[in-house]
Design a protein around this ligand. Structure first.
Ligand code: AMP
Length: 600
């Protein structure tokens, strides 16, 4: 297939993308054929196909499933049974999904061949950004990449996150010195604090060569900037003296940094000190890395909460959200890097897996009347194939503009008609491949009584309150929420980490303004919420402001539970009591919505 191309050839890269998207429908059919040819004989598919490879039979007989349905097979393989109960090709390892957005971490099979396919997606982003930004080949990216220690299944198969798998691969190790300012040893260092410090230090030492800044998700970049705020004095002192801080004990980091930090450089230290010592950090990225053409981080979905923050720090450096994928499969890439970060669509790549799309509708008449987010609201119902096969998922060729879908994937690695749990909206086509906007994860909802508030609803409501705060000089760094149901009626609690735009001003909150924020959030929620509030079945929304660093502690908590810092997504709402405790330990002030009338 066409994916054998020389991936570092940019012109060919673009031609390849055009060819892929023009032939989207045909390639999708080929992909399904190939998956069935290889895997029809597995124990799993035999139950439904009896060894046949017919595509229609697949669509009629193979059920649409969630992770729970295939977990027994995964567990059997993890415990030593042969992997061909699920897929014909040998499993090279298990990929561990982040589990912070969707609940429990999942183990997804990976094969050597599929790993190559996944890395291809990363190289496809290059020809796209090169079309929009000149001079990228003259410099490097300041990466903020991390790896996480892997584990093993009882049968001895390695379990790693996808990003760790990629950063530890030979191909990345070979290309890293050419593309990143961070030495590979600093990326591979398992101590995240040492790793982040050294990646920032080498990025500062090579600041004139930095043409882009890159982290997988926007949250990591936001955290790195906070880290820089706490450590710039020390970083400057290292640059001034030419000596690396003693607490960097990782031998790989020390050796690699010592090859770059070769002499005292007081001029550079003065310049950086001057920039970082400024009262406002507005535009700090542009000031520290003046040649940076763009910031490369996923900022859609739950990451959209970081857009205004990264815009503030970026000082006009465009935010590019490059791709949409998961541990299960790569889905699409952003062909229009300069699009508004709130409006990014991803073009699906037809060679990555076989994609189907379950139309999703809102469930509940009242919500339908009241939705204020382009028709999306918090309750989704997916239409799954009925016995007659009348209603069901549609394929690449039959998706409709403006419709919302849940993506269902059939992969080369043992997932058949698997619900990913993401809701997408079809916004257009590139050639014959659909382009989707990410809407939300389906299962992330706050819920009390009859109300279900979705991630998208919550993001929008908080976005409205944030706009009220911004003219007053506040920035909402990050937020989360939970449903407090220990008292009756229960209420939604928001946790906000705030900061003044001028870093030296200390945070003094005006109770009236904060209460107004609570009211704005409540007003922005849907009809069901408002009626339940009016009927006193949900109590007044509470806003808990937490001190600087509390959300770092939350990230550390999830990382200690097995999440990877690269794939970490601050959960919009929290179900874990332990995680709520972490946030509660940082609370400095509490406010309640004074609002009592909603529907008049
Ligand atoms: P993981 O498997 O842990 O990497 O998590 C994958 C999930 O992250 C996806 O199913 C999405 O919910 C989310 N995700 C990944 N890429 C994006 C993106 N570009 N925009 C929004 N959400 C994303």
């Amino acid at each position: 297939m066409a994916d054998q191309m020389e991936t570092n050839d940019y012109e060919n890269g673009w031609k390849f993308l055009e060819e892929l998207t023009e032939n989207g429908h045909r390639i999708q059919e080929q992909v399904l054929e190939e998956i069935l040819m290889r895997n029809a004989g597995t124990e799993y598919l035999s139950r439904f196909l009896h060894g046949q490879t017919d595509k229609q039979l697949f669509k009629n007989n193979v059920p649409i499933v969630t992770y729970e349905d295939i977990k027994p097979y995964i567990d059997r393989i993890a415990n030593g049974e042969t992997s061909n109960i699920l897929l014909a090709d040998p499993i090279s390892e298990f990929i561990q999904s982040s589990g912070t957005s969707g609940g429990q971490p999942k183990l997804i099979p990976m094969t050597a061949e599929n790993f190559e396919k996944k890395t291809l997606e990363l190289t496809l982003v290059d020809p796209i950004v090169k079309r929009y930004f000149d001079g990228l080949e003259k410099g490097k990216t300041m990466s903020l990449f991390f790896v996480k220690k892997g584990s093993e299944t009882p049968s001895g198969l390695t379990v790693r996150t996808l990003s760790s798998c990629y950063f530890m691969s030979d191909s990345f190790k070979k290309s890293a010195p050419k593309i990143c300012t961070s030495p590979i040893e600093t990326i591979l260092c398992l101590d995240h604090k040492q790793s982040m410090y050294c990646q920032l230090l080498t990025g500062l030492l090579r600041r004139d060569h930095v043409v882009s800044i890159s982290s997988i998700f926007g949250s990591v970049l936001a955290r790195s900037i906070k880290f820089l705020e706490d450590h710039w004095n020390e970083l400057c002192s290292n640059i001034r003296t030419g000596c690396l801080s003693d607490w960097i004990t990782d031998p790989g980091c020390r050796n690699a940094v010592s090859l770059i930090l070769t002499r005292p450089n007081p001029e550079l230290a003065d310049t950086i000190e001057h920039i970082c010592g400024n009262e406002s950090w507005e535009g700090i990225i542009k000031k520290l890395w003046p040649e940076a053409k763009y910031i490369n981080s996923v900022i859609t979905g739950t990451m959209s909460q970081y857009i205004s923050l990264l815009d503030f720090y970026g000082g006009g450096v465009p935010l590019v959200s490059p791709s949409y994928g998961s541990s299960e499969s790569t889905f699409g890439i952003n062909l229009n890097p300069l699009s508004n970060p709130y409006d990014v669509s991803y073009t699906f790549l037809p060679n990555m897996a076989y994609f189907e799309f379950l139309p999703v509708d809102k469930d509940g008449g009242e919500k339908a009347q009241e939705s204020d987010f382009d028709g999306v609201s918090s309750q989704w119902s997916s239409e799954i194939t009925n016995a007659n096969g009348n209603v069901g998922p549609v394929d690449f060729a039959n998706v409709k503009l403006g419709q919302y879908y849940e993506v269902v994937v059939t992969t080369f690695t043992g997932l058949y008609r698997y619900r990913v749990g993401d809701v997408l909206k079809l916004t257009g086509f590139h050639n014959n491949s659909p382009q989707f906007q990410f809407v939300e994860r389906q299962n992330t909802v706050l819920s009390i009584d009859m109300d279900k508030t979705s991630e998208a609803d919550l993001l929008k409501a908080i976005g409205n309150a944030k706009r009220h705060l911004e003219p007053l000089g506040f920035m909402l760094m990050t937020f989360s929420s939970y449903a407090e149901t220990s008292s009756i009626p229960g209420r939604y609690v928001l946790f906000w980490e705030l900061k003044f735009k001028e870093s030296t001003r200390c945070l003094k909150l005006d109770a009236k303004i904060m209460e107004q924020c609570c009211s704005i959030v409540e007003e922005s929620l849907d009809f069901t919420y408002k009626s339940l509030r009016e009927a006193n079945k949900i109590a007044a929304l509470e806003l808990r402001v937490v001190k600087h660093g509390t959300f770092d502690a939350l990230m550390d908590f999830y990382v200690s539970k097995g999440a990877s810092i690269n794939q970490y997504k601050t959960p919009c709402c929290i179900k874990s009591e332990e995680a709520v405790k972490v946030l509660n330990s940082g609370v400095v002030e509490k406010f309640f919505s004074p609002k009592t009338f909603f529907l008049s």
